[in-house]
Design a protein around this ligand. Structure first.
Ligand code: MRU
Length: 363
């Protein structure tokens, strides 16, 4: 079925808005994803420090969503600047604070670098004639990152549709939907949402995604809100659902993709890819080009480790003897040999990735 991004914008109305920018009062409002689906609460942020802390505590999470949030964090840093010098120094400081919030998703430092270099350009080329103009133009830049993300996701949804047949079931991991990107659409879930909008039947199997439960709390909530059929499974059931032919394809998002095709995503993704490979089930990673890290190698990438209590407890209730030693890495890396294809807004990338990633990304 042929459909364009423009047509999708008309028919597809996202039902969740996790990131809201108030341009008049210069306030960033986030839907608190740590409280979902039990409470729908919002937090109001006015400084880069507050934005960094919201990213750290995962009130906002998901690679593209933290990128967009960080871009607004950069804007917040210059709201009361009196001159260019002060503004550029505040932006550099804000970048340092924001980049430290979480280490694995590359969209975060991509967005802060983009905003900083944009500000320098606007000052150097005279497009901003005073600091007031700089602030307005920087707000426009943050909005452009959001708009480009939405376009990219709808385009990925269109490409991903080629990999979905009527009646299919897609296995995912974590939440790589509209909550994770801020747009209401998503990356891994974009083809599912586009298919659903076009009347193509597709359902999703969502592993709970311990320890933070992005699958059970967020993916299930998001899909149920949109009326898309979803079945929740324990993380430990992933192998069986594939073995029992209950899965037609695996679609996941990514926090970072290297130029040789290594895919960093939520812990548990690697296991899905290997089992899928063994059983002949295609594994697709979906991500915008801002998720690609063309410089780092596997040994350079920091995999975030979070609080051991996330594993010792489930939402505050102990599930292990007190004080047990815990290892809590929250991302894993899937080697290219298990990745059937990488779906981006610029096209679908097939192996060999060490040649083809660059060809598509630099198009
Ligand atoms: O720790 P999180 O919840 O920020 O991890 C999110 C993921 O791993 C997502 O799959 C990834 O960011 C892609 S989001 C579209």
């Amino acid at each position: 079925m042929k459909v364009s991004v423009k047509e999708l914008k008309e028919i597809f109305k996202p039902k969740v808005t996790p990131i809201i920018w108030d341009d008049k009062n210069n306030v960033l409002t986030l839907l608190d994803q740590s409280a979902l689906p039990f409470e729908t609460t919002y937090v109001n942020l006015k400084t880069p420090e507050e934005v960094s802390s919201a990213i750290k505590s995962m009130k906002v999470r998901g690679a593209p969503a933290i990128g967009i949030t960080a871009a607004y964090g950069m804007v917040l840093s210059i709201i009361s600047s009196q001159n260019f010098e002060e503004a550029l120094s505040s932006l550099s400081k804000a970048k340092t604070i924001l980049d430290k919030a979480r280490p694995t998703a590359v969209n975060l430092s991509w967005a802060t670098s983009y905003m900083l270099s944009k500000a320098k350009d606007l000052v150097d080329n005279g497009e901003a004639r005073n600091v007031g103009e700089l602030i307005s133009l920087m707000k426009e830049e943050a909005k452009k990152i959001f708009d480009a993300e939405l376009e990219a996701e709808l385009q990925m949804g269109i490409y991903g549709l080629e990999k979905i047949n009527d009646g299919d079931t897609v296995l995912t991991q974590c939440n790589a939907g509209g909550l994770a990107t801020g747009t209401g659409v998503g990356t891994a879930l974009a083809p599912v949402k586009v298919a659903n909008a076009l009347g193509i039947k597709v359902s999703v199997i969502a592993p709970e995604t311990r320890p933070w439960l992005q699958g059970s709390r967020l993916t299930v909530y998001e899909l149920m809100t949109e009326g898309i059929p979803v079945t929740l499974i324990a993380d430990t059931a992933v192998g069986l659902v594939m073995y029992k032919n209950m899965v037609n394809s695996i679609m996941v998002g990514a926090d970072r993709i290297l130029s040789d095709g290594h895919v960093y995503n939520k812990i548990g993704t690697f296991k899905e890819a290997v089992i899928g490979h063994e059983l002949g089930i295609p594994f697709y990673a979906l991500a915008p080009v801002t998720t690609f890290d063309m410089k780092s190698r596997v040994e350079d990438v920091v995999i975030e480790e979070r609080d051991p209590d996330e594993v010792r407890t489930v939402r505050g209730v102990p599930i292990a003897p007190e004080g047990v030693k815990v290892y809590n890495p929250v991302f894993d890396v899937t080697p290219p040999k298990y990745v059937t294809a990488i779906i981006t807004e610029k096209g679908i990338i097939y192996p060999p990735y060490d040649k083809n990633v660059r060809k598509v990304i630099e198009r």
